[in-house]
Design a protein. Structure first.
Length: 726
């Protein structure tokens, strides 16, 4: 077995990154820390199980590599002297930037003389986003000349920035600079001409009185511009995107002829995201920065052991010496940093600012702003809150409080003293708890897999879920409706609290309006139905529409408004608005009292529609939005609806796909036990496969569905099915 490479780290603050990097690599052994003996240094020695040295003379001689993470001479520290000391001892050294030009010359000179390696530590060059940005910039420069570079930066990272400029533009033969001296401004403007390229810099030249780096507004943001567009590194750890330069074609009539234009930019999106890492700062520092520091240690080791050590060191040294010279010119132009007082007051979370904005935004804007991952997270949290509420209900009744306890479903139903019509709900709850690993089924019994849930734990989960619901999925009032349902599970099961009262408190429809109109998935599917129906108006003359279970009009209002606003009202021969409740029909007539095309009918879709006055094969469009899930027999109802549709007609049906867990604590109490495939599967809603089988057996052809798997709303497990007769 090869001996480990013995490493000494100088400095306890930034040196921690070296210690962490060395600890994670079996090739290296941290033999000690050289520091002044501060409390931090002592804690580092204890944490990394190594020796703390406070005197150079006590440091052991058997060292292979020294990592100097102490301020260099140009910053008033002892880092340069330490590097020279160990190089003279014949030990390879990494010295953290920035380093004065003359000091660099001396370090390389001694390293060659002592036949050891020297390397400048600069983690920024090793960060994944910076490496990708440099690789793309290099490929861009092969295709087109770099016209300009725009930079925002903090002067604390001016040396790494100059080093990056050298990677992009090469060594500067000469720098012409012009700097503003607006000392009261947060940023200073500096114009450089780097060889033939213009570089515009806005530099934050400030440092904190206590901790120099704690006042930085950013590290650096770099834009590389060429004739076709610009490549942007938004942050050393963040987004990289390409911005296409807009070029308006030479056309006589620009708006009308753009669709026929072959000018390249007109065929491109304005901005293309190349890379958008989602790590939080904690992950970036503990993973990416540590890895970048270890890369520097590996580079030093590679140089140290290479047969052409001096040549490799010379190649890197040429770039580092150029950086030191150019950095000196830049800092002379900028001047000394201004000392400012750090403050922790008025700290805000932009996440909260954005959350507040999105919560009040239109559904169209909300849909544009949220990501697929954000939707999935919100669904996960509301599902978890609902599942914990179900389990907490059982635990409050004395079940699933002990992992050794196993319970039969029949015993649960008998002991809970439920209303008979709700017996089926217990089976649904046990099924979803089992599927989600909250309980497990052993033969015919169910056993708990979680500890007893406290009221505090449940409330905390609901706080998380409701916050994300309001921000991403719907109005606050709907989230509160789910919460209220969850807190009243016992009352609903006993029949003491009516589910209708929770949805329509004191007869008000505010919650139902928000649930059926203003959740993001309801909005999405209602808009999709309206858009598809409008396309039919372009192809046909007069159109007759039948909507079953129209309820409060969440879908019909969107469809009718779209028809009127698009100028197709004259083509609308009939809109047959049906529901089982006369109340909703009265409200529809009030809303559309002047509409010649409105027909209202009280209809039960579980029985023959023709017997209730609906014409056979008469309708061009049939709409059923969130209705079919509550019928007795899905296939029978689908066949009934098929008999109302013309042979070239379309059926738009929006439904849940698979179990909707929030619905299992709320609207399930307004539903009845199904007598179709759901009964055998112990499900409230049909799975996607079960829907497909039902369509086939009913004589319906699935033409399309949305949202598709790649859509950000797919995780909500609701679909609009577009069907027609086979």
């Amino acid at each position: 077995m090869c001996d480990k490479i013995k490493v000494l780290v100088c400095g306890a603050r930034f040196g921690q990154f070296y210690m962490e990097a060395i600890k994670g690599d079996m090739r290296y052994e941290l033999i000690g820390i050289l520091a002044r003996g501060s409390t931090l240094a002592q804690e580092c020695a204890k944490r990394y199980e190594t020796v703390l040295y406070t005197e150079l003379t006590k440091v052991p001689k058997q060292i292979d590599i020294v990592c100097v993470a102490v301020k260099t001479g140009i910053l008033g520290g002892a880092g340069t002297d330490l590097a020279l000391y160990f190089l003279n001892k014949g030990i390879s050294v990494i010295l953290e930037q920035p380093i004065h030009y003359q000091d660099l010359v001396e370090c390389y000179k001694i390293a060659r003389k002592k036949q050891v390696a020297f390397h400048v530590g600069n983690l920024y060059l090793n960060l994944p986003q910076v490496k990708l940005f440099l690789a793309l910039a290099e490929r861009l420069s092969r295709q087109q000349k770099i016209l300009y570079i725009n930079v925002d930066m903090a002067t604390q990272v001016s040396y790494p920035f100059v080093r990056i400029l050298i990677e992009i533009l090469g060594k500067a033969k000469g720098i012409v600079s012009n700097a503003s001296n607006e000392r009261e401004s947060i940023f200073q403007n500096i114009s450089l001409q780097w060889n033939e390229t213009f570089v515009q810099i806005r530099a934050q030249n400030q440092e904190g009185n206590q901790v120099a780096d704690n006042c930085m507004h950013l590290l650096f943001q770099i834009t590389v511009g060429v004739n076709s567009g610009s490549l942007v590194l938004a942050d050393t750890n963040g987004l990289i995107f390409w911005r296409e330069r807009m070029e308006i074609p030479n056309l006589g009539f620009v708006p009308g002829d753009l669709s026929m234009s072959e000018v390249f930019p007109m065929r491109e999106v304005p901005t293309k995201i190349v890379s958008n890492p989602q790590e939080i700062y904690g992950e970036l520092l503990s993973r990416n920065w540590v890895k970048a520091v270890k890369d520097d240690v590996d580079i030093l080791l590679e140089i140290k052991d290479a047969p052409d050590r001096d040549q490799r060191m010379a190649r890197k040294g040429t770039l580092e010496l150029a950086a030191a010279q150019n950095w000196k010119l830049l800092t002379q132009a900028i001047g000394y940093p201004k000392k400012i007082c750090e403050t922790d007051s008025n700290k805000i979370s932009f996440r909260e600012v954005l959350s507040e904005y999105i919560s009040g935004a239109s559904m169209l804007e909300r849909y544009a702003l949220i990501s697929e991952q954000e939707v999935k997270e919100a669904v996960l949290q509301i599902n978890r809150a609902s599942l914990l509420s179900i389990l907490k209900y059982f635990q409050d009744k004395g079940f699933f409080v002990d992992k050794e306890q196993c319970v039969l479903e029949s015993k649960l139903i008998n002991d809970l003293l439920l209303e008979r019509k709700f017996h089926f709900i217990i089976g649904r709850w046990l099924s979803v708890l089992s599927q989600n690993m909250y309980i497990k089924k052993v033969k015919d019994c169910y056993c708990c897999m979680l500890s007893t849930i406290s009221n505090e734990e449940l409330q905390k989960q609901w706080e998380i879920a409701l916050k994300l619901w309001k921000e991403r999925l719907g109005e606050e009032i709907v989230g509160q409706y789910f919460y209220s349902s969850a807190m009243n599970l016992d009352g609903q099961l006993q029949g003491n609290i009516k589910a209708n009262y929770l949805l329509y408190p004191e007869g008000h429809t505010d919650i139902a309006e928000a649930l059926y109109r203003n959740t993001i998935i309801a909005w999405y599917m209602n808009q999709a139905i309206a858009q598809r129906i409008l396309e039919g108006f372009n192809k046909k003359g007069k159109i007759r529409i039948l909507e079953v279970g129209a309820g409060i009009g969440a879908t019909s209002d969107v469809v009718i408004k779209s028809i009127i606003n698009s100028g197709y009202e004259q083509k609308l021969e009939e809109y047959c608005y049906t529901d089982l409740s006369p109340y909703f029909l009265i409200k529809a007539r009030e809303r559309y009292k002047r509409a010649r095309w409105l027909v209202t009918k009280e209809i039960d879709i579980n029985i023959s529609l023709q017997e209730q006055g609906i014409e056979e094969y008469a309708y061009d469009v049939i709409i059923a939005a969130g209705v079919i899930n509550n019928v007795d027999d899905t296939i029978s109802v689908l066949k009934n609806l098929l008999h109302c549709m013309k042979m070239d007609g379309f059926f738009y049906m929006s439904e849940a796909v698979g179990e909707s867990i929030p619905m299992l604590i709320s609207q399930v109490f307004m539903m009845q036990k199904a007598k179709d495939a759901r009964e055998n599967a112990n499900m409230t809603f049909l799975s996607r496969k079960m829907w497909y089988e039902a369509f086939e057996r009913a004589g319906l052809l699935l033409v399309d569905m949305t949202p598709k798997e790649e859509d950000k709303l797919y995780a909500l497990e609701q679909s609009l099915f577009i069907l027609r007769p086979q």
